[in-house]
Design a protein around this ligand. Structure first.
Ligand code: FDA
Length: 584
């Protein structure tokens, strides 16, 4: 007999675990979350928070979304990505980043009701955790996962209470390993991984110092420092990252992974900070220092039976592109509604297989992208003559060569401009953030081929209602005049049917099926003199269906199925669709 019984046990209160707990609590599912430490993240590792993640927070409620913006540095302060010899020294180049180029900003505004922002993990985790606990999550801190065993009915997990040293067991129907990059759950499951851990070494130095005079005129989250030796290990360059504008900072500096990890004491931290800021008299208030390794590894399957892994447990990669915590939270958004549907008897267990089918390709994609972004600093080093060798004077001469009127210098300047521009694949990579299209048994085709990407799929988001894609955002209007995103009409743990004038039979069919399957289905009929109106015509253009067709949207905003036109027997058609995708 287990000591504690619950429906879902989550290991870890990082972005993945806390988001999943907040969602399960919002969906009314009994669950418990544990963390081996007594509190949440103490260092502001993740920070770039993309629009898709903000949509998850918006789905949790306007108070959650609003609090995130309240703590975050706004997008406008993120955008002047600077490359320099030091903060006080010469600036070598600059690029608009994180949606701040006017063309990119237009794409951001058209894509989502939410704004990208810079929300350090030290704010994101407490927000998600507080949301979870206030809505019903049972949380146990200072509690360590030791092992688990699963059988046909459930999972028995052994935990250690780190305060008493005693062990206890938790019996749950499902177990979620959100236990980070050194995941024991993943190890115990023996899931298949590709790639390698520890391909580079980095040190983090967190400190307070007012650096306004070096940065306030070119606001950015990232200041890249190119000095001889900057290409060793780590993320490819020295980095001075804004944590709070402009007096709290995190320096990331590489070290050779083939040697021993450095001991970063106050003297070393001060010396590195002075070197990167370029101020030999700089005084810092050191808040912390740590070393970490750059990883290039992802799970090719994220589930075994009743046990799932998510977040860094499944995808381990450098911070390039700021995808880690974002993808972790989005893993939770994918799995939570499926667990809820199965536990409430609305879906068969096979629905859960779609989690790995949908998210493992994303794990592969983002790990590959993040590591590729490190390699893409190479052309900058090459153009500056910084690649290879340890002759610092020679490197400095190479860097200086670009300022003359010589033809080679002009060629060098052009190569450098191109190399900087190419870094948009790291610093303005909207498509990677927004273009996730799922393929699984929880998506039903309407027989249409997948629309091709007309622009670069990594850089540009391409909205479509093709089943598997995320519902496109456009603004529509409630009778009261309130402006609503199409995403606001959906989500919150429920399926939604969207149709237009002439689609009344779909609404009636959804009501029949909701009663028959015990599955709440929200319906919106969009059109003139209806509860939701499309004054701008943006929805008519985005929906890719006729007015009397319909879209069936999953609780995670992805299109489950669509019908371009009315059906002869909408009840039979919707029954076929729902029973198939819910594995009933
Ligand atoms: P995470 O590691 O955060 O949490 C794991 C949890 O499991 C913790 O609560 C831990 O205590 C717990 N745990 C582990 N083992 C346990 C056990 N045996 N028993 C009980 N509990 C256990 N990402 C991003 O999206 N944008 C960004 O800008 C950045 N920037 C960034 C900068 C730097 C310098 C770093 C190092 C990383 C980033 N990241 C990032 C990545 C981001 O920090 C990372 O992807 C997320 O923290 C992963 O969240 P998880 O919840 O998966 O794991």
């Amino acid at each position: 007999m287990a000591d504690i019984t619950t429906d879902v046990l989550i290991i870890g209160t990082g972005p993945a675990g806390s988001a999943t707990a907040a969602l399960l609590a919002s969906y009314g599912v009994a669950h418990m979350v544990i963390n081996r430490y007594r509190w949440l993240a103490t260092t502001p590792r993740a920070h770039i928070t993309n629009q898709r993640t903000m949509e998850v927070l918006r789905d949790l409620g306007s108070e959650v979304e609003g609090e995130a913006y309240m703590h975050a540095s706004p997008q406008e302060l993120m955008g002047e990505n600077v490359f320099c010899e030091s903060l006080a020294g010469e600036e070598i180049g600059r690029m608009k980043s994180w949606g701040n180029h006017p063309l990119s900003m237009a794409e951001h505004l058209l894509s989502s009701p939410c704004k990208m922002n810079d929300l350090p993990q030290t704010f994101m985790e407490p927000l998600l955790f507080k949301t979870a606990c206030s809505r019903g999550t049972q949380a146990r801190m200072s509690t360590e996962y030791i092992s688990h065993e699963q059988d046909a009915e459930g999972v028995t997990t052994t935990c250690r209470d780190r305060l008493t040293g005693g062990t206890f067991t938790v019996r749950s129907k499902y177990l979620v390993g959100a236990d980070g990059g050194n995941s024991l759950v993943a190890e115990h499951l023996g899931l298949p991984f590709e790639g390698r851990m520890g391909v580079g070494g980095s040190m983090n130095i967190l400190f307070r110092a007012d650096l306004s005079r070096y940065v306030a005129h070119r606001p950015s989250v990232l200041y890249w420092v190119m000095q001889p030796g900057a290409d060793v290990g780590g993320i490819g360059m020295g980095l001075v990252r804004m944590v709070r504008p402009w007096n709290e900072w995190l320096i990331v500096w590489g070290y050779d992974i083939n040697g021993p990890a450095p001991v970063v004491d106050e003297a070393m931290a001060t010396q590195v900070a002075r070197q990167l800021v370029g101020d030999p008299a700089l005084e810092i208030e050191l808040l912390g220092a740590s070393v970490w390794t750059v990883n290039n590894m992802f799970a090719t399957h994220m589930q075994k039976g009743r046990v799932f892994i998510m977040g860094d447990a499944a995808h381990r990669h450098p911070p390039s592109n700021g995808l880690g915590s974002n993808t972790s939270i989005q893993d939770g958004f994918n799995l939570a509604w499926k667990l809820a549907a199965v536990l409430k008897g609305q879906a068969g267990e096979r629905l859960l297989d779609s989690y790995s089918a949908e998210r493992a390709p994303i794990a592969r994609q983002i790990v590959t992208r993040a590591n590729q972004s490190i390699g893409e600093f190479g052309p900058i080093f090459k153009a500056l003559g910084m690649d290879g060798g340890t002759d610092h004077e020679k490197i400095q001469r190479n860097m200086d060569a670009r300022v003359t009127a010589a033809p080679e210098a002009e060629a060098q300047r052009e190569a450098l401009r191109q190399a900087f521009a190419f870094k948009k694949y790291e610093f303005d990579c909207h498509g990677v953030e927004m273009n996730q299209r799922y393929r699984s048994d929880a998506i039903l085709t309407d027989g249409q081929p997948e629309p091709a990407f007309e622009k670069d799929a990594e850089l540009h988001y391409a909205p479509t209602t093709w089943p598997g894609a995320r519902l496109p955002h456009v603004w529509v209007f409630a009778k009261s005049g309130e402006k609503l995103s199409t995403l606001d009409l959906c989500g919150k743990g429920q399926f939604t049917l969207l149709t237009g004038i002439g689609g009344e039979a779909w609404v009636a069919a959804a009501e029949t099926l909701a009663a028959e399957l015990g599955l709440p289905i929200r319906c919106h009929l969009i059109g003139p003199r209806r509860a939701v109106e499309d004054h701008t015509g943006d929805w008519a253009r985005a929906s890719e269906i006729r007015d009397a067709g319909c879209l069936l949207v999953r609780p995670d905003h992805h299109i489950a199925w669509r019908s371009e036109t009315p059906a002869a027997d909408p009840v039979a058609e919707l029954r076929r669709v729902l029973t198939t995708l819910l594995a009933r």
